[in-house]
Design a protein around this ligand. Structure first.
Ligand code: FES
Length: 313
């Protein structure tokens, strides 16, 4: 027997959300979605959520359970019961609830649309199908498993503070076309994805990888787009400059020179960007937190250089 603490919301009846508790005997083998269905069918028919396939295929049933997003049909109910015998269910994050556990996916789909999620080949269609080798397909294999459930979008820390960020799902979808050997718009795509709100705004927290119920693993796909962008020479932006400066400084001294990295990130000739750095630089100086002017290499810097050399080879 477990207590389901479910966040309820019905703006037609009252403007604020509230939690309601339901007791349910979780029988062996019941998924979380089975439990939700049991509550709806036997205890309260007004409980609202989305579901369809019940097989972790359609992506409809993503909710937050005990604070983290997951697919309700993919997880055993009993495994989610906390020590205090409760399961807390809430709507996905970073999207507005419509009713109970159903949220408005419009911002999610708008961002997926922005990455042009379809093939744009530059050659005329051949008589037969456009072929790919197994190695070419492997580059897009993981991202093509995405079921657009929104679990990554819900728990993305960056989206919580910046609505403009495209988000992990749209970026994973973008990688599926950036690295598709049949697509002819790679350069245009990575140029767009390198703009503010794109790949370089990811904070590398890895939460999307934790929450993704499939091998799509958005953060790894974002890193792959970054690599393509650098290979294509799309480096005239803060994110790429930051990554290149980071790699160069570690290679030369074995550690980061925090005096140089912000300057190289905004660009030496970016007068406005450099002026924007001044307030934080001055604050650090007056609080005694500025890094030493003379930057020393670490003792084992030769080992670091050898690692770079092997990677280059
Ligand atoms: S109901 Fe389709 S993924 Fe859960």
């Amino acid at each position: 027997m477990a207590t389901f603490r479910i966040k309820r919301y019905n703006p037609e009846k009252q403007p604020e959300s509230y939690y309601e508790e339901f007791q349910l005997d979780i029988k062996p083998g019941m998924t979380l979605l089975d439990c939700m269905n049991e509550i709806k069918w036997t205890l309260d028919g007004s409980l609202t959520y989305r579901m369809s396939c019940r097989s972790a295929i359609c992506g409809s049933c993503a909710v937050k359970a005990n604070g983290h997003s997951l697919l309700a049909c993919q997880r055993q109910g009993a495994h989610l019961v906390k020590d205090d015998e409760t399961i807390v269910l809430e709507p996905l994050g970073n999207m507005k609830p419509i009713k109970d556990l159903a949220v408005d996916f419009k911002p999610f789909w708008d961002k997926v649309d922005k990455v042009n999620p379809y093939l744009q080949p530059d050659k005329k269609a051949p008589k037969e199908e456009r072929k790919q080798s197994p190695d070419q397909f492997r580059l897009i294999d993981d991202s093509s498993t995405c079921i657009m459930c929104g679990a990554c979008y819900s728990d993305c820390n960056m989206l919580e503070v910046d609505d403009n960020f495209l988000g992990p799902a749209a970026l994973a979808k973008a990688q599926r076309f950036v690295q598709d050997s049949r697509d002819g718009k790679t350069l245009e795509r990575v140029k767009y994805l390198s703009k503010p709100g794109g790949i370089w705004d990811c904070t590398h927290c890895g939460e999307c990888v934790e929450r993704c119920p499939k091998p799509a693993q958005p953060f790894h796909r974002i890193k792959e787009i970054m690599t393509v962008a650098l290979d294509q020479g799309v480096t005239n932006n803060n994110g790429a400059r930051h990554a290149l400066s980071f790699a160069k400084l570690v290679k030369s001294s074995g550690s980061l020179n925090e005096n140089i990295i912000p300057v190289e990130t905004v660009g030496f000739f970016n007068i406005k960007g450099l002026f924007d750095l001044l307030p934080v630089g001055l604050r650090m100086f007056f609080k005694g937190k500025n890094p030493p002017i003379l930057h020393k290499s670490i003792d084992d810097v030769e080992d670091v250089k050898r690692i770079y050399m092997e990677l280059d080879e």
